[in-house]
Design a protein around this ligand. Structure first.
Ligand code: SAM
Length: 207
């Protein structure tokens, strides 16, 4: 059975045990560099509080903290959380083991909620709405995903996951879409198949 055909409580996506195993099996699973789309979209924002959903080994949270953000970084994998905290134990980042499909989101009214390559089952609109609800008035949502072709190249079906297009469809008049496009990732990842990002950047109104 391949790693992504196990069944789990929250849809058919991998749960904590699978993610822990994946992190345990590698000294480092992801690049230690910030994701280029975060740099492109967040460099111009006034630092405030940020929530990094599925923070992994923490490169994005570290980049945000370097720029003055107070970051809450959450991940379902305790192994990833412990690793990220060991790399950067400073106070500006709170590393928490949270499964956002079942646990409360730690905090509210964030100035930025960032999701990079974060898997949410297509059936789990409730979780997406809770994540959107964590963005404060005037705050920003940044969701970045692999382009469908790259997902398929890894033997996964992009239709099983919430994509930026699906999230964009949930945004009502309280949101302004600033960026919604597919662009070159800048750095190839995933064995070279993840060359393009789909980027959704939206701002919530102040009222
Ligand atoms: C593809 S990795 C991306 C990691 C990081 N954002 C990056 O860009 O390097 C997805 C991350 O989401 C985490 N994750 C998966 N399901 C989750 C859930 N339900 N709640 C919180 N984190 C989850 C995984 O443990 C993993 O670290």
């Amino acid at each position: 059975m391949s790693e992504h055909t196990h069944g789990h409580a929250h849809g058919d996506l991998d749960g904590a045990a699978e993610w822990d195993e994946r992190y345990r099996n590698a000294d480092r699973l992801w690049t230690a560099d910030v994701n280029p789309a975060l740099v492109a979209e967040a460099s111009g924002l006034q630092p405030g509080t940020a929530l990094d959903v599925g923070s992994g080994e923490g490169a994005d949270a570290r980049w945000l903290a370097d720029r003055g953000w107070q970051v809450i970084a959450v991940d379902i994998s305790q192994v990833a959380v412990d690793r990220a905290r060991a790399i950067d134990p400073r106070d500006a980042i709170t590393w928490l083991r949270v499964d956002v499909t079942v646990d409360d989101i730690p905090g509210r009214d964030f100035g930025l909620v960032s999701l990079h390559y974060f898997p949410v089952a297509k059936s789990d609109e409730k979780t997406v709405r809770r994540i959107l609800g964590a963005v404060g008035p005037g705050g920003h949502l940044l969701m970045v995903a692999h382009e469908a072709e790259g997902v398929r190249a890894h033997g996964r079906n992009p239709d099983d996951y919430f994509q930026p297009d699906d999230v964009a469809a949930l945004l009502d008049d309280n949101w302004t879409v600033l960026t919604h496009e597919t662009r070159e990732r800048g750095v190839a990842a995933g064995g070279g198949v993840h060359t393009h990002d789909v980027v959704l950047h939206a701002r919530r109104s102040h009222s």
